[in-house]
Design a protein. Structure first.
Length: 266
């Protein structure tokens, strides 16, 4: 379901940047983003494969095709093992090297947000007890990031907004708390709107893009709450915020939720 050659290239990139991280020095913005994007590329295809397999498995179970279900479960388990290995690998790098070496509020928020994201990825497929542990760790990481962001970054900062976006998705998808998700997303959006005039030109495009994603999610979630129905078909989640010397890029994706016919988060 994913290209072996492409995956190998992404794995090589991850290994190279992991060696840089293990120098225990504060990474430059470009190095920090290479670590983040490298791991995102490695895990992204596997998460997509897991969602496809889970959807097919549900359909085959509904049809009573036990032999097909057995084969799919075996392959899904292999993908889950790979996902767990990747998540635990980056979480180890974050805890042992990146967070201890962070010297600025911006990098601290960035790394705790990454930790929250990868613990959230674990919570997506783990069983009951392990899922709770992963969700607890994700919550703690997001809260640590939010605390530093509140004191060190303005409400319009793209990393602070990206954190709010992903943290609210965590509340919605993992903790099944649409009310809390809406509150967090609305607060972040309103605080950014209040200071939009002070936003510098360099960050304007990226910040307003993330604000639009927050607003889109709010629209979907409030509709969901009003109708008291199932989850909406798509939730936007910022996967990475990437800043390069001459280019700012917000990488995001629609998060297709749990109904078999609609897939899940990209």
């Amino acid at each position: 379901m994913y290209s072996v050659s492409t995956t190998a290239a992404h794995t090589q990139m991850v290994e190279a940047m992991k060696n840089v991280a293990k120098l225990d020095l504060e990474l430059t913005v470009e190095e920090r983003n290479l670590v983040s994007v490298g791991y995102k590329n490695v895990i992204g295809a596997r998460r997509a494969s897991w969602r496809i397999l889970s959807s097919i498995e549900q359909k085959e179970e509904a049809k009573g095709n036990e032999q097909n279900v057995k084969r799919i479960k075996e392959y899904r388990q292999r993908v889950e093992d790979e996902l767990a290995k990747i998540c635990n690998d980056i979480l180890s790098v974050i805890d042992q090297h990146l967070i201890p070496s962070a010297t600025s509020g911006e990098s601290t928020v960035f790394y705790y947000k990454m930790k929250g994201d990868y613990c959230r990825y674990l919570a997506e497929f783990k069983g009951t007890d392990d899922r709770k542990e992963a969700a607890d760790q994700s919550l703690k990481a997001y809260e640590a990031a939010a605390s530093t962001a509140a004191s060190d970054l303005p409400p319009t900062h793209p990393i602070r907004l990206g954190l709010a976006l992903n943290f609210s998705v965590f509340y919605y998808e993992i903790l099944n708390s649409p009310e809390r998700a809406c509150h967090l997303a609305k607060q972040a959006f309103d605080e950014a709107i209040a200071e939009l005039d002070s936003l510098n030109e360099e960050s304007y495009k990226d910040s307003t893009l993330i604000m639009q994603l927050l607003r889109d999610n709010l629209s979907l979630w409030t509709t969901d709450l009003a109708e008291e129905g199932g989850k909406p078909s798509i939730v936007y989640c910022l996967l990475e915020y990437q800043t390069c010397q001459c280019m700012n890029v917000a990488i995001y994706a629609g998060s297709f939720l749990s109904e078999p016919s609609k897939g899940d988060e990209a």
